[in-house]
Design a protein around this ligand. Sequence first.
Ligand SMILES: *Cc1c(COP(=O)(O)O)cnc(C)c1O
Length: 412
Amino acid sequence: MADDETPDRTPVPDQQPETTVVTSGRSEGETSLAPVLYPTSTFAFESVEEGRRMATAVGAERFYSRYGNPTVNAFESAIAELEGADAARSFASGMGAISAVVLGLCSSGDHVVAQRQLYAGTQLFLQTVCPRLGIDVTFVDGTESGAFEAAIQPGRTMLVFAESPANPRLDLVDLDALGAIDRATTVVDSTFATPLGQNPIAHGVDLVVHSATKGIAGHNDATIGVVAGSEDLVAWLWGFAVLHGANASPADALNAHRGLRTLGVRLAHQTATAQRLAEHLEAHAGVETVCYPGLDSHPQRDLAVRQLRTPGGLLTFDLAGDAETGRRFVESVRLAHRATSLGGPETLVTHPASTTHVGLTPEEMEATGIGPGTIRVSCGLEHADDVVADLDQALAAAVREPSTRDRAASGG
Ligand SMILES: *Cc1c(COP(=O)(O)O)cnc(C)c1O
């Protein structure tokens, strides 16, 4: 390299996304390899004219941090690159992103088609906040072919909202079919997949949303959401977001961007553990069903192979038995933690029937796919042998003959 030449950092041909998580979101001339924290809420400008320019520019990076911030923008540009989107905007949480998409694109009198299988917060938002604002929502089965399209009301439906893989049973939505819808803006919550598992925009979907709190940040140390899409859509959402005020904090964007660098190795490890665990559980007499896109028994296995690069670190299964069996299982884990969330270093188990969905009637629970023995596991970064051994001993404890103490407690 001659002295006057700048080094060539053109990506290698067909660079894999596991490499792009390492290379993305670096600004020209920045020599710090780690993301740089700009904690400032505001930036000085030289003249009235420069202030006017920044106050009216979309996505101004150095004006006021609710509008934009170099730490936050670096994370956003990394996500945009990974998702194959023109642009991205991050928010204070996944729900901040989801609520901004719905409120930014829909007005009173408009209609939304949403999938029945959804993150509980999204479902509640669509069921309670939307009707209060005069936004009608129709829920459909996202696994049923043509269901989204059939529920569209021409001229009224602004948004079609999907989640894939979806809570709680890892149901998949056919992204090609969703992307073919052109009478409304289509959105996919792709949190479970991460940008390494699938890229909905490549299938024609308009917007992709992530709770980056989960696998992207990956260390349970950031609460942050992100939306990616076309220049026009993201600029429109940015205009709403500046007034909505649910912008991501620079500290959370820093942790999310730092976490993103290792997403490839973390996801590969978590997926390998989940695959082993899913196969182990499927062969266990105390387990009725295992929902995992990496199993041949997944009801949408062909679709999983077609659109997921990796089945991911999350699985859901049904214990044979009642709610008591579910409770005993969750209370018997020793290595895994009883906690909500996913995609972090620690293996987490949840029992939806007694926690997140405890308020539902038995009929509502069945419609949501939650049984008394349904357990969701987010595989962590521990050695797979230890995760399998821990869940195995919890399973043995859960399906054993009830102890004298348990019998006394249940009055039997
Ligand atoms: C956690 C989660 C959300 C909400 O994200 P927050 O960062 O907790 O607001 C939305 N969708 C899915 C699929 C999630 O797992």
